[in-house]
Every structure is written in C-alpha cells, then in structure tokens.
Design a protein around this ligand. Sequence first.
Ligand code: APR
Length: 271
Amino acid sequence: MTHIRNIVILTGAGISAESGLATFRGPDGLWEGHRVEDVCTPEALARDPEMVHRFYDARRAALAGVVPNAAHEALAALDAAWPGELLIVTQNVDDLHERAGARRVLHMHGELLSALCAACGMAVRWAGDMMAATQPFVPSEVEGRLSPAPRPSTSLGTNGEGVTPAKSFQPPKCSGCGAHALRPDIVFFGEMPYEMDRIDRAIASADLFVSIGTSGAVYPAAGFVRTARHHGAKTLELNLDPSAGSVYFDDARMGPASVLVPTWVREVLGG
Ligand code: APR
C-alpha cells in the first residue's frame, strides 16, 4: 500500500443501519415515509414548525434505543490509533461515532442532539426526557456555543418574513437571546452544510478517501470522491450496494459496514 498519512472518511446513513437507525433511501427509508418538502426544508419549518419539530423529536428519541455497531467501533479505534491526519466527515446527525469513542468527527449536516436558534445563531444541546418525543425537548442551559457557520436565518413564521405557520405552535425558547426561535440544528435542503472550508482542506491533503454507507445522492458530499481523486488521493468505497459514485472509486467493496469496516481498519493499522 502506498504511504498513507492523511485519511478522510465520509460516512452516511448506511453505517448506522445495523444499529437500527433508518436510512433515507431504499426499503423503509425515511424519505419513503415522509416528504423532504414537509420536514427538511426552510419552507417546511416556516409553514409547519410543529411537524418539523415532531419529526426530529422522534428521530432524537430513537437514539435512546440504539448503540454504535462494529463499524462505528472500528472507526473509533482507527481514530485513536492513527498518527496522521484523520477526519470522519459524517452526513449523519446521530451521535453514534462519538458514543463509539471517535473524536475527530465533523457533522456536515448538523446533529439531532443540537438545537440552533434561528434568531441569534447560537446552538445549544437538547436535553430532557428522550422518550417524550411528542413534546419539544427543552434545551439545556449548559452548552451554549455559537454554531460554526450560522446558516441563512430561517423564518420561523412568528419572526419570519410574512410567513404564517399553519398552527399556533411556539418553538422552544433560546437560552441565549430569549427568542422562541429554536429549531433542529439540522442542515435542511437548500442550506449550506457546516464547515465546508475545513472539509475542502482535509480532502485536498488526503492520501486516502474512504466512503462508507452512503448512496452518493446528495451534494456536496457526493462530489468529494472526485475532488479527492483530483488531488491524488486513493479512493475506497465500503457500501452495501453500488452507489451513484461507485465508478469514481479506485476500489469498491460491497457488504455490510459491520463486516467491511473492521476488516479495512485492521488492514490500515497493519494488523
Ligand atoms: N452497511 C453498509 N452500507 C449500507 C448498509 C449497511 N448495513 N445499509 C445500507 N447501506 C447503504 C445503502 O446501500 C445506501 O447506499 O447506505 C446507503 C444509504 O443511502 P441513503 O439512505 O441515501 O443515506 P445517505 O447516503 O446518508 O443520504 C445522504 O441525504 O437526505 C439526505 O441529509 C440526508 O445525510 C443524508 C443525505
């Protein structure tokens, strides 16, 4: 294997499938049961914030019942042992990489456990009874942080540009500015993913780019493999099925992540 020092790993919903979390496309996918336009766009949040909050409250509550699988554990072990640069860029909004022990993780599509204030841009951690999926979670007072890249503010109806929500739902109150303007800290379709500059820099200096459990259906993540190749990286895909981007990978292995990822990590660590 040519000398590998800097690794970028892109993960998608497929790495969490064997933990019991639904993927988006394919059998029983989240987008089979919900329309993106109803729960994952700024317009949906302005039109019916309660529906959007309930969708993400339910997905957040589901986290309480799942645990990382062998693929998450293997990536965490690689993260801990790898002496060079390593970045896990995940499209996933679950916390399974972190719960497995990974540290060098970047959530480009946001996080279920984070709430974003559409008025002041501060992000806080959700808290409260994870099973109370029917009630909006009350964010903790504890971890206030300005989100790394506040996205274009989304009108929540009450403070939006003339958009009147269908119901009288009042979003939870921001502990920073006091506005009832908390929204899920999820990057909706049409919004800017988080920390693209950091991702671009990591891919530009990567010797190896590995894609795990993603259909390659959504940009900019779907284009990362071509950028990595352009900069001279070796590229590997680990996926259950061929993806839209399989043709761009030097090597593609098909199978469940819980089998493929531990095997690959042992190869990389020389085990
Ligand atoms: N092991 C490995 N791969 C798997 C497994 C598994 N056990 N199960 C499913 N997969 C693969 C599927 O073959 C598919 O290619 O995971 C991929 C899941 O694809 P999607 O459901 O489209 O999820 P993802 O690629 O993460 O979606 C990207 O789309 O809707 C947006 O923001 C959302 O981040 C998401 C983005």
